[in-house]
Design a protein. Sequence first.
Length: 150
Amino acid sequence: MAQQQSEDGVGAEAYSVGIVVRGYETDTQGHLNQAVYLQYAEHARWSILMAAGIRQADLIGKGVGPVALENTLRYRSELRAGEEVSVSCRFLWGERKTFRIEQIFTKPDGTVAAELTGVGGLLDLKERRMVDDPKEYFRALATDARVLGL
């Protein structure tokens, strides 16, 4: 479940999702498999969209779908089975076809386990090209655009 956190000073409310690491998600070293970090990040992104009032069906109904264009993941402290992690998500809007996403994986004691920065956009599902102003699609679909920093 997404939880509201404090204001970040830019006007957008930061959101986070709590997740408990499952044993089958770990690798041979006993820490969270690198691919699962991306799944946790994706879960947090959909959670913040839902908190803003945007469902996957709403995007499809408008003929668009979010796409990941680039992800950079920095591992800072390992996560092990049974540990809790909070995955935050914040959208940073530009003036063109893409937007940035910042996500922080934080343990309950405040230790940062990982940081993800990404670049995304909205794909026109019929034309198969990026839409010119994705933030306007999100703003139009959201019941609470402030959650997304809009």
